[in-house]
Unconditional design. Structure first.
Ligand SMILES: [Zn+2]
Length: 188
């Protein structure tokens, strides 16, 4: 495949993922959101650290484990200070890390992940201002490993409806290649 112009983006989640979890307060599965607060518990020389999620409706909390019975000396001082000061950036890093949720065996609310696109310098891209044309290759890296439906992604990038995307794919005007880390969209 040859292309005339290569455009590269990164897709990044705007904020922490929410979690779908059974709520003892609401008695049903509800959405829990990141409070950006940590809880640190010291027991002798051992530390437990959690990130606190909260039911959107009744504020019931869900503690997601970061460290369990970790020797205090093994946690870097700088990181420890961030836990104590409820560092928002750090809370958002955990909140957008799939492995963290897998480790805690909780379900990420994949249907409500809001994303933006950045160029390779990390600047926000306004997709509506792009004029794609025949011969373009749009290469989108996926550093957060977001699970995205092809058609939804292409609709977002090209600024068209999903049914239009289906038509364009069907007629061979758009070709998509997808792997874990990257989506390529070619325009013919
Ligand atoms: Zn609740």
């Amino acid at each position: 495949m040859s292309y005339l112009r290569k455009i590269e983006y990164k897709i990044v989640p705007d904020k922490s993922f929410s979690v779908i979890h059974n709520c003892p307060g609401c008695k049903v599965k509800t959405r829990y959101i990141n409070t950006n607060h940590f809880r640190v518990n010291a027991n002798g020389n051992k530390l437990d650290v959690w990130l606190i999620y909260q039911c959107e409706k009744c504020k019931h909390t869900l503690n997601l484990s970061i460290f369990e019975r970790q020797s205090a000396g093994k946690i870097p001082q700088e990181l420890y200070q961030k836990f104590l000061s409820n560092d928002e950036e750090l809370a958002n890093e955990y909140g957008r890390d799939f492995t963290f949720f897998v480790k805690n065996q909780v379900e990420v609310d994949n249907n409500n992940i809001i994303c933006s696109f950045e160029d390779m310098k990390g600047m926000l891209v306004e997709l509506k201002e792009m004029n794609y044309k025949t011969g373009d290759l749009i290469s989108i890296s996926n550093p957060y490993g977001l699970k995205l439906r092809e058609e939804k992604l292409v609709a977002m990038v090209l600024g068209i409806s999903r049914s239009m995307v289906k038509k364009l794919i069907g007629s061979g005007k758009v070709f998509i290649r997808q792997d874990i880390e990257k989506f390529d969209i070619e325009i013919f």
